[in-house]
Ligand binder design. Structure first.
Ligand code: SAM
Length: 196
């Protein structure tokens, strides 16, 4: 798939592992509230793929909302981040619900999840990837028909042209844009899709 020329000026870079714990500072809830952003999309017992979970800022509330019958599969690039997230989940008694997996920079390694996910969550991560188009195709492939993909990007780090391309790639992967039940009060780059 050909990429738009604007992408050649975007140089993706991955957040350093030492900065990741700062993503869970409590005041982040003022503009990135898990209650408003992800929990309206989560039902008890759902199966969720979260790409780039970082410190687990969204993982922990999602796992708690799922209950014992649900499952979150987290795919994370950095080993130090995976380790810290497992410790966080263990302390909160959530390791039975959340599986933290290693993935490659350009391969989410989710073939075994194909067609099985109710929800895929990619928050503040696609702009860090060298091949976001490929990741979006993989995320679409794990959704069941009627399953949803939530993409959210930080305005300061994700050029508008890249976000527009991400929406196009999702549509090319067989997804349709749908309204988020809570709207978009923060004006962030956010899009919710449903698999046809
Ligand atoms: C800016 S952080 C966001 C973390 C979390 N989603 C949040 O909003 O708090 C991006 C995370 O994605 C991970 N990441 C970056 N590139 C990735 C890739 N190609 N595959 C999976 N994870 C990746 C980073 O290691 C980091 O943990």
């Amino acid at each position: 798939m050909e990429k738009p020329s604007q992408l050649s000026v975007h140089h993706p870079s991955v957040i350093p592992a030492w900065l990741v714990p700062f993503l869970s500072l409590p005041f982040r809830r003022l503009w990135d509230s898990p209650q408003r952003i992800v929990l309206p999309l989560v039902r008890p017992g759902d199966r969720i793929l979260e790409v780039g979970p970082g410190s687990g800022f969204f993982t922990v509330p999602m796992a708690r909302a799922l209950g014992a019958d649900g499952r979150v599969f987290c795919v994370e690039l950095q080993e130090a981040v995976q380790r810290r997230l497992r410790r966080t989940l263990e302390r909160r008694g959530l390791l039975d619900i959340v599986e933290v997996r290693a993935c490659g920079e350009a391969d989410l390694k989710v073939k075994d999840l194909e067609g099985a996910m109710d929800l895929v969550v990619a928050i503040h991560v696609l702009h860090e990837m060298p091949t976001p188009d490929r990741a979006i195709a993989q995320m679409a492939s794990v959704l069941r028909p009627g399953g949803r993909l939530l993409v959210r990007e930080p305005k300061g780090h994700c050029p508008a042209s890249l976000f527009r391309s991400e929406v196009d790639w999702a549509i090319q992967s067989g997804l349709s844009l749908v309204p988020h039940p809570e709207g978009n009060r923060t004006g962030a780059c956010v899009a919710l899709f449903e698999k046809r």
